[in-house]
Design a protein around this ligand. Structure first.
Ligand code: ATP
Length: 379
């Protein structure tokens, strides 16, 4: 029996279970063979003589969320603009759902790439109603189809009954949800989010972000988002790409980047770090809190030792054997305590303690390093 795969498979009634299993396998195989939502290869871009994006490659499966993070000016927005088709492509190739949309000398216009865009400013058309804003990308559909799709989308973003309002009659969160409905209306294969939630206040931001990503994931849309907010990236991303000076310097899950950051920027992205400059001597580096291993770095290399606040362990001073420090400031954030300590040789360190802390400013403590939260980077 030909089951549509060009393979003859003999069928026996008693093989129901095997068939079910093989159908599951076929479905999985079909899923695996589906082209990724976005594939970018060797993207490069210059403004004048300045190379602002270089050799950037990434692949996002349908329904996956990837975050681009990096310091201001490292080229994140330029990447999104190239992928959306708002800048002509100079180097590399961009495929969306397996379809080549841009290479040097060729580029589909933005409206033919099946890409949705959401920016920090919601960019709603002020003279159009909510329904007209959402229907904007559906001009080619019949009136009946348009009205049906707008109704369906407004229901999904909890804005039923808002059809006839104008943007000035909406709160920030409502405007953002209209922007989401508008971006979703043509059912894009890829959604690009550039700081899309950062204008919203903290509690609303988390709620709207989760709602947005859930809707997009469910629709199987690939998502590439730019954010400065570490918590947002950690909570949302399947994969984080850390960018520096136009290049991706590290890609991985949030847990991988937290545990093994490739550089000081990535280590610092997840929260403040204590930094101690030093030099490699006998495969180790001395810091004011003790010596740390510097495997793989040549003798004499100048380095920065980065220590997360949770990597400094403290206990009340006892026999005077450990490295001495004095508590300067203590702040209690619910179950978390943040302390600033002065070390005997003059520098200060930040400490984060999750357990109960009985120490008060002025008290003497002993400190040591937890190697799991200590990283050594060439300076
Ligand atoms: P931010 O996080 O501050 O938004 P970014 O990482 O998104 O920054 P881009 O907006 O991509 O950075 O800009 C990368 C570099 O390219 C910056 O130095 C910027 O000044 C420059 N740049 C961006 N657009 C243009 C342009 N149209 N003409 C010239 N230079 C530009």
């Amino acid at each position: 029996m030909d089951r549509g795969l060009g393979v003859d498979v003999p069928f026996r009634a008693c093989d129901q279970l095997d068939l079910a299993a093989s159908e599951g396998g076929i479905a999985l195989e079909a899923e695996r063979l589906k082209p990724p939502g976005l594939r970018v290869e060797g993207l490069g871009h210059r403004f004048g003589r300045r190379q602002v994006v270089e050799g950037l490659s990434l692949t996002i499966a349908c329904g996956e969320v990837h975050c681009l993070v990096g310091p201001s000016g490292c080229g994140k927005t330029t990447c999104l603009r190239l992928i959306a088709g708002l800048e002509p492509l100079q180097q590399g190739r961009i495929h969306i759902q397996g379809r080549l949309v841009a290479e040097p000398g060729f580029g589909l216009p933005p409206e033919r790439r099946s890409v949705g865009l959401m920016f920090q400013d919601f960019a709603l058309f002020p003279h159009l109603t909510v329904a007209e804003n959402v229907a904007f990308g559906l001009r080619r559909r019949s009136r009946r189809e348009r009205e049906q799709r707008v109704r369906e989308l407004l229901r999904r973003v909890d804005l039923e009954g808002y059809e006839d309002r104008y943007p000035y009659m909406l709160s920030g969160g409502e405007q953002q949800r209209v922007a989401l409905a508008r971006a979703l209306a043509p059912a894009p294969d890829l959604m690009l989010l550039d700081e899309a939630f950062s204008a919203l206040d903290t509690s609303l931001r988390a709620q709207i972000r989760e709602q947005t990503l859930a809707i997009l994931r469910e629709a199987g849309t690939a998502i590439l988002m730019v954010t400065h907010d570490a918590e947002e990236a950690i909570r949302s991303a399947d994969v984080i790409h850390a960018m520096l000076e136009g290049r991706i310097v590290q890609s991985g899950t949030p847990a991988e980047l937290y545990a093994r950051p490739a550089n000081l920027f990535v280590a610092g992205f997840f929260g403040p770090v204590n930094r101690f400059p030093g030099r490699v001597h006998n495969a180790r580096v001395d810091t004011p809190i003790g010596s740390v291993a510097a495997d793989g770095l040549a003798e004499g290399t100048p380095v920065v030792v980065a220590v997360r606040p949770e990597g400094v362990r403290i206990r009340r001073a006892s026999d005077g054997c450990g490295v001495r420090a004095r508590v300067i400031v203590r702040r209690d954030l619910g179950p978390i305590h943040v302390l600033r300590l002065a070390l005997a040789q003059g520098s200060e360190v930040k400490v984060r303690e999750a357990g109960p802390v009985e120490l008060a400013p002025g008290e003497e403590v002993e400190v040591r390093l937890d190697p799991a939260h200590v990283f050594v980077f060439p300076a």
